[in-house]
Design a protein. Structure first.
Length: 693
């Protein structure tokens, strides 16, 4: 029968026992017996899983469940191995190493019992069961990971680690320092505790480097961190520190104590000492001026900066005679000296005699470095009096015609005087006193006790002149105090600009056309819309049909100047060439392009351009011979008729004829003496007309 039971191979054994014929007997064994195997068609696997973790708190037992994938007709005995971090008998009751799944069943339990609740900080421990074999060939162990399971035994205990200073170190000896790390409860395993190192002491220079971890042995509660290799040097270091801070452990059940119990400090006491003293290096002097200087000396070097405090006294006054001192000076680590500079020496005009700055050392920031005894803690810098000063001048404000705005010079005296200082000065520049500003007096006074005075440039005249920026230049020349002199150039001179508020344009027009007859020169007139205080140079270009360079007229320069105070200038077209060519009217075209004054611009088109015509002085002559004309008994003989334009738009007539009495008559009924040539002038309209007949 094909069932679902895992039965393995089953047998049917037949043994012959007898016959009904006495002559036929059963063969002797084993020939009297035979077996038929019934092979099983079913198979199964066994696997394991963790059902319940154990816990020391309670305590609570743990449990594994072994599962068989199909029922068996017989009990299945399953063997297993045990591993894990928990220890049998110490942490739980020893397991047997086998478990039975009863016939017809599919599961069996392995109980982890006898959980020991101890006081050890063990963390979570494990019991690991791995199935290894069964007693039924048809039932095999499942493949990994289904053949293995783990029951955790949770720990009911916890602890903290803290640190404290056991012994401070000392260079004298030397003496090692020590920290003690304490664990609040024992652990079943070693506790490795990590830590960081800080402090003012330097590893390798002051002590042997620490490892960064310490181990509290299993079953123990303390461990030591030794600060060894203390270096005895000649440096004055003061007390230095090694600061250790616990940072973590390798056991989740053991934590670092809260601050401040996670940190401790070992002091390394210094075996060295030094003293600081002071002496005068340089006296100060108002002449120059020359700074003064003290030198502070430390009798031995220190590994750290030494800050030395001091007080100041003496007859000189801080800020009035010199720059205030800070009250402390630093001798750098590794050095033995530092300077206190007495700077900002004020050169005044008061006769004060020698003044003093007295510095007395009062203390240091290092207990191993003290102030020297007796007179070595005090020194004096003298400030020698020079009784002299200088005066200089600078521009404070420029003036402007727009407003108008006044200008301002500031005269500065390098030190105060006990009396008024009268300073003389000269005035120059492109601006004109009274015309552009109110005339200056030529002197200014710096009052006693003061260091400055002003020279005001007032009365700024807002005129219509295009002047550009004009200047008022003041140069200091002398004072009424022999001890107060004028500063060297350039500090003796300053300039106030007077900015111009005016602007103008330049335009051009034709004044006169030129004519070859004469000849007559042509002319342009350039007009500036407002006068300028300086010459205006105006550049221009030349074009047109006429040719410069002596062909039709003399070459123009390309620029014209309107004199200061004027508004016009002429450009003359000269050198008009009277040639024999009939050319008609030719042109010279001038276009203004720019000026030398930013305040004066060229007018917009068409006012920037003009044309001079050069009229032609040439004509063609026409001659005629008259026949005899009988009229009233008189014969008229026409001798000649000539027509010519004079180049000024007028017609010249030169007509001669004789009557029968050999008299010469002019035109239009005028009678003249024989042989006289006559001219009559009429307006020409583009061509010359013939004379009347």
């Amino acid at each position: 029968m094909a069932d679902a039971l895992v039965e393995g191979t089953e047998t049917v054994v037949v043994t012959l026992t007898g016959t009904d014929n006495a002559g036929i007997t059963v063969a002797a064994s084993p020939a009297d017996t035979a077996t038929v195997d019934i092979l099983d068609a079913d198979a199964a696997t066994v696997s394991i899983s963790s059902v319940v973790d154990a816990n020391e708190a309670g305590p609570v037992d743990g449990q594994f469940t072994v599962t068989q994938s199909a029922t068996s007709a017989t009990d299945t005995i399953i063997s297993y191995s045990i591993a894990g971090t928990a220890t049998a008998t110490t942490d739980y009751t020893t397991l047997t190493g086998s478990v039975t799944v009863p016939a017809g069943s599919t599961t069996a339990s392995i109980d982890v019992t006898g959980i020991v609740a101890d006081a050890l900080v063990e963390g979570t421990e494990t019991v690991i069961v791995t199935l290894t074999a069964t007693d039924n060939a048809g039932i095999t162990v499942a493949a990994s990971p289904a053949d293995t399971a783990t029951v955790d035994i949770l720990d009911a205990d916890a602890a903290t680690v803290s640190i404290a200073t056991t012994t401070d170190a000392n260079e004298a000896g030397p003496v090692d320092g020590q920290f003690t790390v304490t664990q609040s409860a024992t652990s079943a395993t070693d506790t490795i505790i990590t830590y960081s190192i800080a402090g003012t002491a330097t590893a390798t220079s002051d002590y042997t480097s620490l490892s960064g971890s310490v181990t509290v042995a299993a079953g123990g509660t303390t461990a030591s961190i030794d600060v060894t290799g203390i270096v005895t040097d000649a440096l004055v270091e003061g007390t230095e520190t090694v600061v250790v801070t616990l940072t973590g452990t390798n056991n989740a059940g053991i934590t670092v104590a809260a601050s401040p119990n996670d940190t401790a400090t070992v002091d390394i006491f210094d075996a060295d000492a030094a003293a600081v003293s002071i002496a005068t290096t340089t006296d100060a002097n108002e002449a120059g001026p020359v700074d003064g200087q003290f030198t502070v000396t430390q009798s031995a070097t220190s590994a750290t900066d030494t800050i030395i405090t001091y007080n100041i006294s003496g007859t000189a006054t801080a800020t009035s005679d010199y720059t205030s001192l800070s009250g402390s000076v630093t001798v750098a680590a590794g050095a033995t000296t530092a300077n206190i500079d007495v700077t900002g020496i004020v050169t005044d005009a008061l006769v004060e005699g020698t003044e003093t700055v007295i510095v007395t050392l009062t203390g240091t920031n290092n207990a191993g470095i003290t102030v020297a005894a007796g007179t070595n803690d005090t020194a004096t810098v003298d400030i020698l009096d020079a009784d002299a000063a200088t005066v200089s001048i600078a521009t404070s404000t420029d003036a402007n015609e727009t407003g108008p705005v006044d200008g301002l010079f500031t005269v500065t005296q390098s030190a105060t005087s006990a009396t008024d200082t009268i300073i003389n000065y000269s005035i120059a520049g492109t601006a004109t006193a009274t015309t552009d500003y109110t005339a200056l007096t030529g002197s200014v006074t710096v009052p006693a006790g003061s260091a400055t005075a002003s020279i005001d440039v007032t009365g700024i005249v807002t005129d219509a002149l295009v002047e550009g920026t004009e200047t008022v230049i003041v140069t200091l020349t002398a004072t009424d105090n022999a001890a107060i002199t004028v500063a060297a150039s350039p500090n003796d001179t300053a300039t106030v600009d007077i900015l111009d508020a005016d602007a103008a344009t330049v335009s051009i027009a034709t004044s006169t056309d030129a004519n070859e007859t004469g000849p007559v020169d042509g002319q342009f007139t350039v007009t500036q819309s407002a006068t300028s205080a300086t010459d205006t140079i105006i550049s221009y270009t030349i074009a047109g049909t006429a040719t410069a360079g002596g062909t039709d007229y003399a070459t123009l320069s390309g620029s014209v100047t309107i004199g200061a105070g004027s508004t016009t200038a002429a450009i003359d077209v000269t050198g008009i060439v009277t040639d024999a060519l009939v050319e008609g009217t030719e042109t010279v075209i001038v276009t203004l392009t720019a000026t030398n004054n930013a305040g004066i611009t060229v007018a917009a088109s068409p006012n920037d351009t003009a044309t001079v015509d050069i009229l032609d002085g040439n004509t063609a002559n026409v001659s005629i011979v008259a026949t005899t004309n009988r009229s009233g008994g008189r014969s008229i003989h026409g001798d000649a008729i000539r027509n010519q334009c004079d180049g000024h738009g007028h017609q010249l007539h030169d007509c001669r004829y004789r009557d029968g009495h050999d008299r010469l008559h002019g035109v239009d009924g005028f009678s003249h003496r024989p042989g006289r040539q006559h001219h009559r002038e009429r307006r020409c309209h583009g061509r010359c007309d013939g004379c009347p007949g």
